[in-house]
Design a protein around this ligand. Structure first.
Ligand code: G3P
Ligand code: MG
Length: 250
């Protein structure tokens, strides 16, 4: 099957609003809009009662006032935790949002989305399936479908089987030798890479093979300009105040 046309912007805000708001919160989406960034990346996983919600780590400790593995908590329990005060007192009361509430807000704000499937340990397949089905439902009427991605091949394969029509990107740290087989099996449109492990020849090889490239996490404007000059399609950044549609004119 032919990959869908790529219709995503060059700048993507990492974890919703980068370092300008507590990560993976609705408040981050407002920061993206404020800095004229048209797309956000965020991390989605399942609560113990299978509600897709946003959180980066396996545990809630770093980014909330709770403790322990997120996998053990129901969404009702997760929703009681404060996910903003750790970042700044002015964000007290911010919650770990459901994927549904994030979808609604992204659509209302006209933000495009890269939904990174970040399973709790051992829940790769079911997280891929449930997040993909949720994205299908929540973005059904949106003009542009979200880009799904994951470091987990198992999760991304499950997402492909559940929602083959949604575009997918495979996430890697360094590009492994067998990357081509992996992205072919998953019918990916894009390869998502750590920018520090990249050079112009590698970007050219990925383009030659027909794949778009997204790089993370680029916080230096000159580095972002170099990567775009090499042919990188999207820059995922924490510093949307420095790297945005105004500063990265392409
Ligand atoms: O999707 C790009 C980037 O978010 C991957 O790393 O750990 O921030 O989810 P991480
Ligand atoms: Mg991520």
């Amino acid at each position: 099957s032919e990959p869908i046309a790529w219709s995503y912007p060059h700048v993507v805000a990492h974890r919703c609003g980068g370092v300008l708001a507590p990560e993976n919160t609705l408040a981050g989406l407002d920061q993206a809009v404020r800095h004229q960034v048209a797309m956000v990346e965020f991390d989605a996983k399942l609560s113990s009662d299978d509600v897709p919600f946003l959180l980066h780590d396996d545990d809630v400790d770093r980014t909330s006032d709770g403790h322990g593995p997120a996998a053990r908590l129901s969404y009702a329990a997760l929703s009681k935790l404060d996910a903003g005060r750790w970042f700044d007192a002015s964000y007290a009361g911010e919650r770990m949002p459901t994927l549904e509430s994030v979808a609604r807000r992204c659509i209302a704000l006209g933000l495009q989305a890269n939904v990174e499937i970040k399973p709790c340990p051992g829940r790769d397949a079911e997280t891929g399936t449930r997040v993909a089905r949720a994205v299908q439902a929540y973005w059904a009427d949106a003009p542009v479908q979200p880009l799904l991605s994951s470091f987990s091949e198992t999760a991304l394969a499950a997402a492909r089987d559940a929602a083959p029509e949604l575009p997918r990107g495979m996430l890697f740290g360094a590009l492994p030798d067998d990357w081509a087989q992996c992205v072919w099996r998953l019918r990916c449109v894009s390869v998502h890479l750590d920018h520090t492990d990249l050079d112009a020849a590698r970007v050219a090889a990925l383009r030659e093979a027909g794949y778009r490239t997204l790089v993370y996490t680029v916080n230096d404007l000159e580095r972002a300009r170099t990567l775009v000059a090499w042919g990188v399609d999207a820059i995922c950044t924490d510093r949307i105040d420095r790297i945005n549609a105004l500063t990265l004119s392409v």
